[in-house]
Write a protein that binds this ligand. Structure first.
Ligand SMILES: Nc1nc2c(ncn2[C@@H]2O[C@H](COP(=O)(O)OP(=O)(O)OP(=O)(O)O)[C@@H](O)[C@H]2O)c(=O)[nH]1
Ligand SMILES: [Mg+2]
Length: 425
C-alpha cells in the first residue's frame, strides 16, 4: 500500500493562512482523527483540530476530497490553518503521530498525480515552469504547457501515426509482396504532412530561452560606457563605473524583466589587445566567450568593428567629445536618459520575436530532442521501399511520442523533474 503523505503546501509561515495537504489511502482517517468526525465530501467545513490527547491544535477550514478525481488521484484532505509557525508545526506533529503518515518529499504530490494519470509528463514539466515563472511571458507559456496544449498536439499526432502504421500493417498482412506500392495513394502525403507539422514545432523558439531570458551582451573598448549603460538597463548599480580604462574585469550578468520579457544583460571587460595586466587579459577572454553565447550584442566600440549583427550603439551622447557613428541603431546617454526608452522598446520587440509567443507552449530540451527523433523517423520512412522497414520507422516515431507523453520514462528522469518542485507540491 502507498504511504499517506502530508506537507505544508502554501508559502513559508508566518502568513495569514497555511494550507496543509494530505494525500493517500489514509487521508480520510487522518482527517477524522484530527477533526473528531467525518466531514462531507467536497465542501469547505469549519473544524476544530485536536491532537491525540484531545488538546485543541487550531480552528481551521477543512476540505475532504475523496479520490480519484483529485489533484493527485488519491484521497486528499486540505487543512487551511492559521499561518503561524507554531500552528503549522503542531498540526504537522499531530499528523506525524498517526500511523501510516509521513512528510512528503519535494514534488511528491505532483509525482503521484503523474503516476495516477491525472497529468502527463509535459503537463508536469509545464507545472514546474509555472511555479518558477517570474515574468508574464514565462507564466503564459508555462500555463499553456501545464494546461496540456502540447500534450493534446502530441496525442493527435500519435493518433495519425497509428493510422499510418495500420495501413502499413495491412500491406504486411495481406499484400502479395511487402511492397510500399500497395499502400494507400495518400500515404506519402499524410506522412509528409505529419513530418512538416513536427518540423514547424521544432523551429519555434525554445523554452530554455524563456527560462534563462534573452541574452544581451554589452561590448566595446574600455571606457566606452558599457557599465554605465548596463546599470541603466538593469536599473541597479550592479556594475562599478569609473573613468579608468579597465574598470570592469569580469563578466557581470543580471536578470531583469522589461515589459514582461525576461532578459539577461551581461556587462563585460573592455576589449583591447594590450590588456593592462594578467587579470584584465582573463577578463577580455571571458568577454569574448560571453559574446559568442549572446543572443544580441550591443556594440559601443568603433563603428563596424563589432561582431556581425551586433547593434551599433552611439553611447555617451550627452558628451560633446563622444565618438559619433554615422548609422547607429541607437544614440543614447545612460546619464541623461536620452534615447533609453527607444532602446528599451526596440530590445523588447526584438526579444519578443525571438522568444516563444505569449500563450504558446514552448519545447524544453527533452521535448525538442524527442520530437526531433520522431521527425527523423518519419523522414526516414518517407524514402523506404520495403514495408517492413517503413513499419519499423513508424514504430520508432511512436516510441518518441510515447516518451513525450511520459508513457515510457525512467526513474532518473522522474527524480530529476519532480526534484525541481518544492515540498508540498
Ligand atoms: N557624461 C557621460 N558620462 C558617461 C556616460 N557613460 C559613461 N560615462 C562615464 O565614462 C566613464 C567610463 O564609463 P564606464 O561605464 O565605466 O565604461 P566601461 O565601458 O564600462 O569601461 P571599462 O569597464 O573600463 O571597460 C565613467 O566615468 C562614466 O561615468 C554617459 O552616457 N554620459
Ligand atoms: Mg565597465
Amino acid at each position: 500500500m502507498t504511504d499517506t503523505i502530508f506537507a505544508l503546501s502554501s508559502g513559508a509561515p508566518p502568513a495569514a493562512i497555511a494550507v496543509v495537504r494530505i494525500s493517500g489511502p489514509l487521508a480520510g482517517d487522518a482527517l477524522r482523527a484530527l477533526a473528531g468526525r467525518s466531514l462531507p465530501p467536497r465542501r469547505a467545513v469549519a473544524a476544530t483540530l485536536r491532537d491525540q490527547a484531545g488538546a485543541v491544535l487550531d480552528r481551521v477550514l477543512a476540505l475532504w476530497l475523496p479520490g480519484p478525481t483529485t489533484a493527485t488521484g488519491e484521497d486528499t484532505a486540505e487543512l487551511h490553518c492559521h499561518g503561524g509557525r507554531a500552528v503549522v508545526r503542531a498540526v504537522e506533529q499531530a499528523l506525524s503521530a498517526l500511523p501510516g503518515l509521513r512528510p512528503a518529499q519535494p514534488g511528491e504530490f505532483t509525482r503521484r498525480a503523474f503516476a495516477n494519470g491525472r497529468i502527463d509528463l509535459s503537463e508536469a514539466e509545464g507545472l514546474a515552469d509555472l511555479l518558477s515563472a517570474e515574468t508574464e511571458l514565462q507564466r503564459q507559456s508555462a500555463l499553456a504547457m501545464a494546461g496540456g496544449d502540447f500534450s493534446r498536439e502530441v496525442a493527435g499526432w500519435r493518433e495519425r501515426l497509428l493510422m499510418l502504421s495500420a495501413a502499413v500493417e495491412a500491406v504486411l498482412d495481406f499484400g502479395d509482396e511487402d511492397d510500399v506500392s500497395d499502400l494507400p495513394a495518400d500515404f506519402t502525403a499524410r506522412l509528409a504532412g505529419l513530418e512538416q507539422e513536427l518540423a514547424a514545432w521544432l523551429a519555434r523558439p525554445r523554452a530554455e530561452a524563456l527560462r534563462e531570458g534573452y541574452r544581451v551582451v554589452l561590448a566595446g573598448p574600455p571606457n566606452a560606457g558599457k557599465s554605465t549603460l548596463f546599470n541603466a538597463l538593469v536599473e541597479s548599480d550592479a556594475a562599478i563605473t569609473a573613468p579608468v580604462a579597465g574598470t570592469t574585469r569580469d563578466v557581470l550578468t543580471h536578470p531583469v524583466a522589461l515589459g514582461g520579457v525576461p532578459f539577461r544583460f551581461s556587462d563585460t571587460a573592455g576589449l583591447r589587445d594590450e590588456a593592462g595586466d594578467a587579470i584584465e587579459a582573463i577578463g577580455v577572454e571571458r568577454a569574448r566567450s560571453a559574446l559568442a553565447q549572446a543572443d544580441l550584442v550591443l556594440w559601443l566600440g568603433a563603428e563596424g568593428e563589432g561582431p556581425d549583427s551586433a547593434w551599433e550603439i552611439e553611447a555617451q551622447a550627452d558628451r560633446k567629445d563622444h565618438p559619433v557613428k554615422t548609422a547607429p541603431r541607437h544614440r543614447v546617454s545612460a546619464v541623461t536618459g536620452e534615447g533609453m526608452d527607444a532602446l528599451r522598446t526596440d530590445l523588447i520587440a526584438h526579444a519578443r520575436a525571438a522568444l516563444p509567443r505569449p500563450g504558446e507552449a514552448a519545447l524544453n530540451a527533452r521535448q525538442h530532442r524527442l520530437l526531433d527523433e520522431a521527425r527523423a523517423a518519419l523522414a526516414a520512412a518517407d524514402g523506404l521501399n520495403d514495408a517492413l522497414l517503413v513499419a519499423e520507422s513508424l514504430r520508432l516515431a511512436r516510441v518518441a511520442f510515447d516518451a513525450l507523453l511520459g508513457r515510457t520514462t525512467t526513474e532518473d528522469m522522474l527524480d530529476a523533474l519532480f526534484g525541481r518542485f518544492c515540498i508540498g507540491k
